[in-house]
Design a protein around this ligand. Structure first.
Ligand SMILES: Cc1cc2nc3c(=O)[nH]c(=O)nc-3n(C[C@H](O)[C@H](O)[C@H](O)COP(=O)(O)OP(=O)(O)OC[C@H]3O[C@@H](n4cnc5c(N)ncnc54)[C@H](O)[C@@H]3O)c2cc1C
Length: 488
């Protein structure tokens, strides 16, 4: 059985290794000159820094799927980050997060003594909801819609209070606005508006405390090299610089695909490019007509520095004076934010392999609207304003230490194949979550499958990997059923 994967993002790579383990003859077709998709580096001279993902969440999900895919744990190194990160508020206060429960309680006590009970309750309630949410909604596909609309799932949804938004949910635990924001801003990790995304996503901030956050030695993008080596070792073919332009089908089965003018036959096709774009390959099926809402996008600044800011947290959040207005500008008004909150990543404090000795790298992410209506080449003032803030709030004299600077804006993301330049796949709104998100088997074509951030269960490296595992289960199950049919 010949399985062809369209796209070598993390979803495609992990699918290839899982399918190979199960004995499928699998290959990867990638349009770019390298694998990894959003998992990539920005490099200059002897400096390198992650271009996209930086925070390793759900470490157990990541390691257990790598293990199942046959990637030995000694091939990569995860470093725990604790304290997790600092959140700097405009009122001058800084809230730190910890993996250790007691340390966190002391921190809550220090800044917001009246919120201690609320924090304990949040962690207790989420302990229960996490397991339920994972088993019912993340670790399975809803390719068969009836699997979602069961009595048990509906009960779970009510228990999870899925009808609330993330922010509304956090309001029930915390009185202080800073605490509400500290536990709801994480829906931005997947490009969702905390004032709009379903409460299920408040599990992200819970999971950071409970399961910890990690850093992959060498940067998150070093995972691509690890997977590439494994593909090579097992002789899995990878075709770079090869863009899939169309699929061919007969009845409800795809028969193959075109790479420009060359036709290749396939028994299974797995789409890993961003789904709203990939769906156009599924001509004359319902999915190819569907309208999608993109996630937020990012303006990213990368710096090579002539120093390391020692004793600085790896991850920091710098909140603006009006977070809700920032979200309104990103998700509703879709304008260049007037006073944005932003995130910074300075891995050089724990990893000297990213820059020449004594030098460092820095990454800054500002949530901005998706779409191509803003002329980002005219936003130099906006960029300078962010650098001003970085200097004042986290990195003194930054300008004097910049060796090089690179900028990545939504136009670049859109040109590279992300739907409307949205950084995280389609938005995690209610009607694009769970059963409403494109599924592992996304259309009426019975041997076409999908994996990636815009496909259920959603975005983020470990969750996309879980999506690959779910997809392989569906494909395997289809195959077994087909084999049974023929043996009768
Ligand atoms: C700025 C940023 C920060 C992020 N931070 C984090 C984080 O801290 N932690 C985290 O876990 N996640 C993070 N993410 C999310 C994470 O990067 C994504 O969820 C994940 O990488 C998506 O993987 P994917 O499998 O959907 O593939 P993609 O990365 O989208 O790759 C798809 C591949 O398919 C190829 N392709 C597309 N069309 C075709 C075609 N027609 N023919 C051949 N090939 C094709 C593309 O070239 C690409 O290589 C971040 C993302 C961004 C952008």
């Amino acid at each position: 059985m010949k399985s062809v994967i369209v796209g070598g993002g993390i979803g495609g790579l992990v699918s290839a290794l899982l399918l190979n383990k199960k004995g499928y003859d699998v290959s990867i077709i990638e349009q770019r000159d390298r694998l990894g998709g959003r998992l990539s580096y920005v490099e200059q001279d002897d400096f390198k820094i992650d271009e996209g993902p930086t925070i390793v969440l759900l470490p157990h999900m990541l390691t257990s799927i790598l293990d199942e895919a046959g990637v030995p744990a000694e091939n990569y190194e995860l470093i725990q980050i604790d304290p997790l990160y600092s959140i700097h508020f405009k009122d001058g206060s800084t809230y730190q997060k910890y993996h250790d429960h007691e340390k966190q309680l002391n921190e809550v006590e220090r800044l917001y003594p009246n919120e201690k009970k609320g924090y304990i309750k949040f962690m207790q309630v989420m302990d229960h909801r996490f397991e339920q949410g994972m088993e019912s909604f993340i670790k399975r596909s809803f390719s068969n819609k009836r699997d979602f609309w069961t009595k048990k799932n509906l009960k779970t949804l009510v228990k999870l209070k899925a009808y609330r938004t993330v922010y509304q949910s956090l309001k029930t635990y915390f009185q202080e606005e800073n605490m509400r924001l500290a536990y709801s801003l994480q829906s931005l990790y997947i490009g969702g508006n905390p004032y709009e995304s379903p409460a299920l996503y408040s599990l992200i901030s819970y999971s950071e405390h409970k399961h910890g956050i990690y850093y992959l030695k060498g940067g998150y993008a070093s995972l691509v090299e690890v997977l590439e080596k494994e593909l090579e070792k097992r002789g899995i073919p990878v075709h770079l610089n090869s863009k899939v332009t169309s699929l061919t089908s007969e009845g409800d089965k795809a028969t193959g695909l075109y790479i420009e003018n060359e036709w290749v036959s396939a028994d299974h096709i797995i789409l890993n490019g961003d789904f709203p774009i990939m769906s156009k390959l599924l001509h004359s099926t319902k999915q190819s007509e569907r309208k999608f809402t993109p996630s937020s996008s990012c303006l990213l600044l990368y710096f090579g520095l002539d120093k390391v800011y020692e004793n600085t947290p790896v991850h920091q959040f710098f909140m603006s004076s009006d977070f809700s207005n920032h979200m309104k500008e990103v998700f509703e008004n879709k304008i260049v934010p007037t006073d944005p909150s932003f995130y910074s990543f300075h891995p050089s404090v724990i990893d000297s392999s990213l820059a020449p000795e004594g030098k460092g790298v820095l990454y800054t992410l500002v949530p901005v609207p998706s779409g191509t209506h803003i002329d980002w080449s005219q936003q130099e003032d906006f960029i300078e304003k962010i650098i001003d803030e970085l200097e004042v709030r986290g990195y003194p004299n930054l300008r004097n230490h910049i060796v090089w600077k690179k900028v990545r804006n939504p136009d670049i993301a859109e040109k590279e194949g992300l739907f409307q330049g949205g950084s995280f796949g389609i938005a995690p709104i209610l009607f694009q979550s769970g059963v409403f998100r494109p599924q592992a088997k996304p259309s009426s074509l019975q041997n076409v499958y999908a994996v990636g951030a815009s496909v259920h269960p959603g975005g983020g490296i470990p969750i996309v990997m879980q999506g690959a595992k779910n997809m392989v289960d569906v494909l395997q199950n289809d195959n077994e059923q087909e084999a049974e049919k023929w043996s009768m």
